[in-house]
Write a protein that binds this ligand. Structure first.
Ligand code: NAP
Length: 288
């Protein structure tokens, strides 16, 4: 059983969940069912992952009551704008086969996300979504959004791992009451994440693995994690972080790994903005 956190609207959410980015539709139903039977209750998908239908089948066949699950999906750039997001929400809900969503997120800080936000606020008030939020919003955009909307985001889902710790960004979220959620908590293993000697040494001390240290380090700072794995033993490993605590000195050692640079996505870079829009124009040739 994972820890839980209360969002700024009083809704409780699991502190650890399961991400399904890059899991093909044909594998995803079984993978998600396995994750649920390993104890995950929060499932994180997106319309752009093209596996919402498989996630929906897993939800229906897993044997766990709907109200015990916490289901997130996201609206992508071409779904931004008031009308588009209203339609995108119905499409995602239909694919998932659900009557309500637990969390609906703006996927990227691009396009008419203010229009989308108004649509999401309405859907939230109608009781069709329990919490609303954003992804990949750097402090400037997050603060601006908070100044201009009636319902502040409950969540900001951001790239966050030992190589990109974002202390100041987290401080602002804290001040605004926006809960941080870490995507790619392992940076997908890039830049030698799992082989960091500091992580290996700490892992040995607690009888855990580097992956478990990374996840534990996040949740101890109040950051929700959504690791992805298609392997059952890794799903089990990744959720087995709720029976130990890193001491202050080890938390500081992990803090020392910060490179203050994203490993995956920097939405402030012109080349990244182009890449994201190129993907929209030709999803077969580029991958996000
Ligand atoms: P991640 O969770 O950091 O890393 C996943 C990779 O690590 C996979 O290659 C997986 O391999 C491997 N792995 C998992 N557990 C492991 C372990 N214990 N030991 C060794 N290797 C392990 O990356 P991610 O999938 O990109 O991010 C997690 C979730 O965040 C996504 O699935 C998605 O839901 C969300 N996300 C959101 C955004 C956004 O813009 N909002 C962007 C990216 C991701 P195997 O699968 O082969 O085990």
């Amino acid at each position: 059983m994972t820890g839980k956190v209360k969002l700024n609207n009083g809704i409780e959410m699991p502190m650890e969940g399961f991400g399904v980015f890059q899991i093909p539709e044909e594998d995803c139903e079984e993978v998600v069912r396995n994750a649920i039977s390993e104890g995950y209750r929060l499932i994180d998908t997106a319309s752009s992952y093209q596996n919402e239908e498989a996630v929906g089948r897993a939800i229906r066949s897993c044997g766990v009551p709907r109200e015990e699950l916490f289901i997130t999906t996201k609206a992508y750039i071409q779904q931004m704008g008031y009308e588009n997001t209203k339609a995108a929400f119905e499409e995602s809900l239909g694919k998932l086969g659900l009557e309500y969503l637990d969390l609906y997120l703006v996927h990227m800080p691009f396009g008419d996300y203010y229009g989308s936000w108004r649509a999401m606020e309405e859907l939230y008030r109608e009781g069709k979504i329990r919490a609303i939020g954003v992804c990949n919003f750097y402090p400037d955009r997050l603060l601006d959004l908070c100044y201009n909307v009636e319902i502040k985001p409950q969540i900001n889902q951001i790239e966050r791992h030992p190589h990109y710790q974002r202390k100041e960004d987290l401080e602002l979220m804290d001040e605004l009451g926006v809960q941080a959620q870490a995507w790619a908590p392992f940076a997908e293993g890039l830049k030698g994440m799992f082989d960091e000697p500091v992580l290996k040494k700490i892992a040995e001390k607690y009888g855990k693995t580097p992956a478990q240290i990374i996840l534990r380090w996040n949740v101890q700072q109040g950051v929700i994690v959504i690791p992805k794995s298609v392997h059952r033993e890794r799903m089990r490993e990744n959720i087995n972080i709720w029976d130990f605590e890193l001491d202050e000195a080890d938390m500081m050692r992990v803090a020392g790994l910060d490179k203050d640079c994203p490993s995956m996505l920097d939405t402030r870079k012109i080349s990244e903005v182009r890449r994201v829009y190129d993907y929209l124009n030709n999803p077969v040739l580029t991958s996000l």
